[in-house]
Write a protein that binds this ligand. Sequence first.
Ligand SMILES: *[C@@H]1O[C@H](CO)[C@@H](O)[C@H](O)[C@H]1NC(C)=O
Ligand SMILES: *[C@@H]1O[C@H](CO)[C@@H](O)[C@H](O)[C@H]1NC(C)=O
Length: 156
Amino acid sequence: MIWLTLPALLLTMVGAQEVQQSPLYAAAPEGASVSLVCLTRGALFGGVFLERRWPTPANVIYFEDQVEPTVDRAFRGRIAFSGTQSNLTISMSLLTPNDSGVYACRAASERRARSPGTMVAVTGEGQRVKSLSGDQSSPSMVYEDMSYRGGNQQRR
Ligand SMILES: *[C@@H]1O[C@H](CO)[C@@H](O)[C@H](O)[C@H]1NC(C)=O
Ligand SMILES: *[C@@H]1O[C@H](CO)[C@@H](O)[C@H](O)[C@H]1NC(C)=O
């Protein structure tokens, strides 16, 4: 048993290190932006993808050094890149509550290694994030409507 599981475990650990991403959590009001950093190492045969893994899976971008980046229609005009494919900062701007989700970097490598991802919570007008919890594979975001908290009553 041990002889079978140990190599699998090592492979998993190496795979996990191949792509790192920060931050784990990001909260932003509607219209603001968030920046994610993807670090990859090891031999890639291409560049780096940013995938939305939750709530609806989608490819957001593909970035490769010296190549024109690809950006999904829903994010076109709202993504800025800096750095290189091994140390890439991806800024997503003009966020809408619709953009809330889990975003993970994936390397174009043989193991298709990817990071656990960043949980992004975008709050609409009069809302705030009460909690971001769980992990990136079973996220939980709880929003609170601030109009119950006194002060200005905001109407939408
Ligand atoms: C990634 O790039 C940023 C900005 O240039 C730099 O501050 C940071 O040290 C780099 N990280 C690594 C691991 O190279
Ligand atoms: C929000 O997402 C849904 C489903 O993906 C889409 O139909 C809708 O048009 C989006 N709304 C906005 C404001 O982007």
